[in-house]
Design a protein around this ligand. Structure first.
Ligand code: F6R
Length: 244
C-alpha cells in the first residue's frame, strides 16, 4: 500500500480530488467505484469545484456505488442513491444511465446483487475504487467475518455500524438493518483502490490496518494483498499507529 500522510481532512480531500481527476484524464472511458459516508464528502465537493472550473468532465465516466441500504427508495434522503445525487451527480455532467447504485428496494435482492456484478463486468471492471473504512474495519458494508471471496451480497449490518450511522436518522430504530454491498472480492477485483481515512475515530482501525495481520476479522486488511492501493490518511487517524 502506498500511504500518503496529510495534515487534515481538507488536505486529504484535495489530494483525493487531484487523484481522481488525474485518473479521469488518463483512463479511456473510466469506471469509478464510489463510496458514501462522511469521508468522501470533501472529495466530492472538490471534484464539483474542478468541474465548475472546466478542469474535468464526467461525460465518459461510468460509476458503480459500493452499497445501498435495503428498504430505502431512491428518493429517501437517507438512501445512498439520494446522497450521491445530492453530493455529486446532479452537480456534474455525468450521464445518469452510466450511474449504478444497488437498488435496495428490488423485489428480488439476490438477483439485484447478480445484476450489480454483471453490470460491473460489462463495463470492463472498476478502474478506481474509492473506499472509506469503518471503525470495525469494514469496507463497503462487508462486516468482520465476511469471506474474502464474497461478491455483491445482502448483508446484516453490525450493531456498531448501525450505531455509527444513526447520526443521519431521526432515531436508531429507523436505521436499516440490512444493506446490499459489493463483496470483498468485487472490491479486490478493482484495478486500483483509493482508501481515504480521516479523524481520531479511525485511528484504531488505521493502526490495525498498518500493523495487524490479514484476517477476515478485519476486512480492510485484505487491501494489503492488492498491488495498487493508495491510502490518503490524515494525522488524527495516525495517532495510534504512530504511537502519538
Ligand atoms: C459507504 C461505505 C462504508 C463507509 C464507512 C466509513 O459507502 O461503504 O464502508 O465508507 O462506513 O463511513 P464514514 O466515512 O461515514 O466514516
Amino acid at each position: 500500500m502506498n500511504v500518503i500522510k496529510v495534515k487534515n481532512y481538507d488536505e486529504m480531500s484535495e489530494k483525493a480530488a487531484e487523484f481522481i481527476v488525474d485518473r479521469i484524464h488518463t483512463i479511456e472511458n473510466p469506471v469509478l467505484g464510489l463510496a458514501t459516508g462522511s469521508t468522501p464528502e470533501g472529495l466530492y465537493q472538490r471534484i464539483i469545484k474542478k468541474y465548475e472550473q472546466n478542469e474535468v468532465s464526467f461525460k465518459d465516466v461510468t460509476t458503480f456505488n459500493l452499497d445501498e441500504y435495503v428498504g430505502l427508495e431512491k428518493n429517501d434522503p437517507n438512501s445512498y442513491y439520494y446522497f450521491m445525487n445530492e453530493k455529486l451527480f446532479r452537480h456534474v455532467d455525468i450521464e445518469m444511465d452510466r450511474v449504478r447504485v444497488p437498488n435496495g428496494v428490488a423485489e428480488d435482492l439476490e438477483n439485484e446483487c447478480r445484476e450489480h456484478e454483471r453490470a460491473i463486468e460489462q463495463a470492463g471492471g472498476v478502474d478506481v475504487q474509492v473506499l472509506g473504512i469503518g471503525g470495525n474495519g469494514h469496507i463497503g458494508f462487508n462486516e468482520p467475518g465476511t469471506p474474502f471471496s464474497s461478491k455483491t451480497h445482502v448483508v446484516d449490518l453490525d450493531q456498531s455500524t448501525i450505531q455509527a450511522n444513526a447520526r443521519f436518522f431521526k432515531s436508531i430504530d429507523e436505521v436499516p438493518t440490512q444493506a446490499v454491498s459489493m463483496g470483498i472480492e468485487t472490491i479486490m477485483n478493482s484495478k486500483e483502490i483509493l482508501l481515504l481515512v480521516s479523524g481520531e475515530a479511525k485511528a484504531d482501525a488505521m493502526a490495525k490496518l498498518l500493523n495487524g495481520e490479514v484476517s477476515e476479522d478485519f476486512p480492510a486488511s485484505i487491501l494489503k494483498q492488492h498491488d495498487n492501493v493508495t491510502v490518503i490518511v490524515d494525522e488524527a487517524a495516525l495517532t495510534i499507529a504512530e504511537g502519538k
